[in-house]
Design a protein around this ligand. Structure first.
Ligand code: ATP
Length: 347
């Protein structure tokens, strides 16, 4: 397996990576997710051997790769703007890496056909690559990268140039292909949905640091810090004080409004905050959280609501669409599930 151990890298006074450590199991897909400039591409480049780390180590099966040059690592790298070879057709592009490995022509034919079938491009093997659509070009680029069977596949925003519909469709196919191949993958993206769809585990980075690495569901239900929560679009984050914590029942977020909490604030957290999850609430007369609707967006089976709970306190919720939509200005009650709120650490 791949181990990234205490990797740091600075460019002048910019600290691009600060002591990053994690490992990727064989056959596992790990997505690196974070805002622009957080160090994702630098980490990929160091893993691939294209950039030297200042300190730290990259290992495969326990053996350090630091002195192994990029072309001997047997890692495949695909970028968003991976240019195909314009003078080769689809078959020729995918065959390229296998020809470099000096495989027998018959074996190359067999392997290229099998990979083109996998990415749904077998019928187009003879096509000029310049005549392909954007989505088709990405499929060929992917096929070209996986054809030599790299032991680690690194994909840097591979679907970034495609429109949303095509991206969603390719993303699901891509997960299936990579899982079928039992391919070990690091997948770089700044798009949360993309990371959650493709990956077994997601590594969230910010400003050169690894903030959290977990499976998508755990990241969503237990974000490690306010940065992670905000990055995932979870904005109901409230500061608490000793006075607001009712040791038996929960946290007072406004006069007479108590949010149930099943646990006390963790002692290690210096300034614990609570995160109220936007999902799972329902409009109900018996609901204990009341507020004035300040914004409503209809999204089919769900509506997005912004509620003014008290002066200076607005919360957002995503609730099942009721038969009669509330109007802006109306007072409504929400029923929250018992686990609606969790403690969350400050960054
Ligand atoms: P994006 O999503 O925009 O591609 P990223 O997360 O991949 O961003 P990196 O490209 O790894 O981020 O860059 C991390 C930081 O290091 C940035 O501040 C960037 O400006 C800086 N950086 C990266 N490469 C170099 C370089 N060769 N010289 C100087 N600074 C660099």
């Amino acid at each position: 397996m791949l181990e990234i151990i205490d990797v740091s890298k600075s460019f002048g006074n910019i600290e691009a990576l600060n002591k990053i450590s994690f490992s990727v199991d064989k056959g596992e897909i790990v997505a690196l997710l974070g805002p622009s400039g957080c160090g994702k591409s630098t980490l990929l480049s160091i893993t691939g051997g294209l950039t030297a780390p200042d300190t730290g180590n990259i290992r495969w099966d326990g053996i350090s790769l630091n002195s192994i040059p990029a072309h001997l690592r047997n890692f495949g790298l695909m970028f968003q703007d991976n240019a195909l070879f314009p003078h080769r057709n689809v078959f020729g592009n995918v065959a390229f890496g296998l020809q470099q490995l000096r495989m027998e022509p018959e074996e190359i034919k067999k392997q290229v056909r099998s990979i083109l079938s996998m990415v749904g491009m077998r019928e187009l093997a003879e096509r000029d690559v310049l005549s392909l659509s954007g989505g088709e070009q990405q499929r060929v680029a992917l096929a070209r990268t996986i054809a030599p069977k790299p032991r680690l596949l690194m994909l840097d925003e591979p679907l970034g140039s495609l429109d949303r519909n095509l991206r969603e469709q390719l993303l699901n196919e891509l997960r299936q292909i990579l899982t079928d191949l039992e391919q070990t993958v690091i997948y770089v993206t700044h798009d949360q949905e993309e990371a959650f769809t493709i990956a077994d585990r997601v590594a969230i980075m910010n400003a050169g640091q690894l903030i959290q690495i977990d499976c998508p569901q755990d990241i969503y239900t237990r974000p490690a810090s306010t940065f992670v929560a905000r990055f995932l679009g979870l904005t109901n984050i409230l500061e608490t004080s000793k006075e607001s914590v009712d040791t038996n029942n929960g946290v007072m977020i406004a006069e007479n409004i108590l949010i149930p909490m099943s646990q006390q604030p963790p002692e290690l957290m210096e300034r614990p905050r609570i995160l109220i999850r936007p999902r799972g609430a329902q409009i109900s007369e018996q609901g204990t959280l009341s507020g004035i609707v300040t914004k409503i967006s209809f999204r089919g089976a769900l509506i997005d609501l912004k509620l003014k709970i008290s002066d200076g306190l607005q919360l957002s919720f995503e609730v099942p669409t009721p038969s009669i939509l509330p109007k802006v200005g109306a007072k409504i009650n929400l029923k929250l599930p018992a686990d609606a709120a969790i403690w969350i650490a400050e960054d």
